[in-house]
Design a protein around this ligand. Structure first.
Ligand code: NAP
Ligand code: MG
Length: 483
């Protein structure tokens, strides 16, 4: 099934531009979630490996920071080209370790590579300013310096994009990084390292530490005085812990955390467009996305029509191994993820919700769950409050605009909301009232390297992508000058 894909795939730690096993030789298995079989055994970094990675990053910093912006830009541009050249191989690796269908993996690789292209373009736009102090008349010279070594911690749901969204801007800013990929999916980043090396990234500027001991390994780096930035994507729970550690060392934090996205369909919406958008917002990555539509609020006047059409579309998805042609629904990433979806659906049904399609995990191998639509989901169902992280669309109807806005905002999360209406003025007015960092207005997909991605409330701090993402890796310095 895998052909030559896994042959020669790097499985050690990438530190200072070379491969090495863990200091204590520890390793762990990476599984294919469709077969539940191990596909690789990967080195599991220790705290002393973490210290070694920081040594390598520190040794590379001065030279990398001093490179001309154009030079760093060219390296990033080359990284974009090599990633694009090897897109198919990288996509297949993502599918093997994460489970998502190849079409999703190809889209992810294209998206991930775009962060290198975008930050190649941003690397030459680190622009400061000069003004005169109103009272003293002194010059206020403002410029931006690389913040220092950045520790990057990424989740398993987008093994390539969540990492390049951090590596791109860090390298553009002049910062070396140590990346700790998720244990479920370390292979993609390891496979990327030879490409970054070929693109001209010097030894030590990017280091990768897979580890089953993420707590101690990341903790070791966050307390090191040489670390200046921590950029994390993952659960709110772990983000909160890392923020506490960052506080002790006064690190610059960037946190992309959980979500609980509402998807609001008004009575004047183009229902076909809303269904198409819902399929993307819900089913990209089998629902395993922080941006996944979690709660569908559909106006009572169009509820039946929307639910029927969404059910039809969901029922056409074909489950199977993501590498197989025609498969559009892969397995969830692991047993815990699947068990959680089972639990949420059982809970909703117990509270009176009605299953329109799916709703029952299949027997057999692989962490599969069918595409599911559930109508009449009451407010007290757990799936209205927690991230489902699976292929389940929970529908509830509404009649009043103010009510639906209050419900949409009634969550501690604030990452993304989706709104469908043909009335653009209404759409913009409602978007402004939604306490979410991003709004998809008649769009089921907001992610774009050129746009500031990030959440409000407990969905995070800071923004990735756009120019904002570059600023997360820069410190502002002001020089008060006379000339
Ligand atoms: P997670 O459990 O928080 O793990 C994320 C990363 O943190 C992994 O690399 C993990 O390593 C590491 N980690 C776990 N415990 C740690 C600790 N005590 N100290 C340091 N690092 C630790 O999240 P996940 O289950 O992988 O991913 C799902 C979550 O990510 C969801 O909540 C989703 O919404 C969120 N997410 C957010 C965004 C966004 O941009 N806002 C994007 C994608 C995903 P191990 O794998 O070794 O445990
Ligand atoms: Mg995890």
């Amino acid at each position: 099934m895998y052909g030559d894909l896994l042959k020669g795939l790097p499985t050690d730690l990438w530190i200072g531009g070379s491969w090495r096993p863990a200091s204590d030789q520890a390793r762990f298995d990476v599984l294919d979630p469709a077969t539940e079989k191990a596909v690789a055994s990967v080195a599991s970094a220790s705290e002393s490996d973490a210290a070694a990675a920081l040594d390598a990053a520190a040794a590379s910093f001065a030279d990398w920071a001093a490179r001309k912006p154009r030079e760093r830009a060219e390296v990033l541009r080359k990284a974009f080209e090599l990633m694009t050249r090897d897109a198919e191989r990288l996509a297949r690796i993502i599918t093997v370790e994460n489970g998502k269908p190849l079409a999703d993996s190809r889209a992810e690789v294209a998206y991930a590579a775009e962060f290198f292209r975008w930050y190649a373009e941003e690397a030459v736009r680190n622009i400061g300013n000069v003004s005169r102090a109103p009272s003293s008349g002194a010059r206020i010279v403002v410029h931006h310096k690389p913040a220092g070594i950045a520790v990057l911690v990424t989740p398993w749901n987008f093994p390539a994009a969540m990492a390049t969204r951090k590596i791109g801007p860090a390298l553009a800013a002049g910062c070396p990084v140590v990346l700790k990929p998720a244990s479920e999916t370390p292979l993609t980043m390891l496979a990327l390292m030879p490409l970054l090396e070929a693109a001209g990234v010097p030894p030590g500027v990017v280091n990768v530490l897979p580890s089953r001991r993420s707590g101690p390994v990341v903790g070791r780096m966050l307390k090191d005085p040489r670390t200046r930035v921590v950029s994390f994507t993952g659960s709110t729970e772990v983000g909160r812990m890392l923020l506490t550690q960052a506080a002790a060392n006064i690190l610059k934090p960037a946190m992309e955390l959980g979500g609980n996205a509402p998807f609001i369909v008004f009575e004047d919406a183009d229902i076909e467009a809303a269904v198409a958008g819902a399929m993307v917002a819900k089913m990209r990555n089998m629902g395993e996305a922080c941006t996944a539509a979690n709660r569908f609020y559909v106006h009572e006047a169009v509820r039946a029509q929307f639910a029927a059409r969404l059910t039809e579309e969901m029922a056409t998805l074909k489950a199977g191994h993501g590498l197989d042609e025609g498969v559009t629904l892969g397995p969830l990433v692991n047993k815990d993820g699947r068990d959680k979806v089972v639990e949420l659906v059982v809970d909703a049904v117990r509270r009176g919700a009605r299953v329109l399609t799916g709703g029952k995990a299949p027997q057999g191998t692989g962490f599969f769950y069918p595409a599911t639509v559930i109508d009449n989901v009451p407010d007290d169902a757990l799936m209205m409050r927690e991230e489902i992280f699976g292929p389940v669309a929970a529908i509830q109807s509404f009649t009043d605009e103010a009510d639906v806005i209050a419900k949409a905002n009634g969550t501690e999360y604030g990452l993304v909301a989706y709104v469908y209406t043909r009335d653009l003025a209404r759409g913009l007015r409602i978007s402004e009232q939604l306490d979410f960092g991003m709004v998809g207005l008649n769009r089921g997909l907001v992610s774009d390297p050129a746009a500031p991605f990030g959440g409000m409330k407990q969905s995070g701090l800071g923004r990735e992508g756009a120019h904002d993402g570059l600023m997360e890796f820069l410190e502002t310095q002001y020089i008060s000058a006379e000339w």
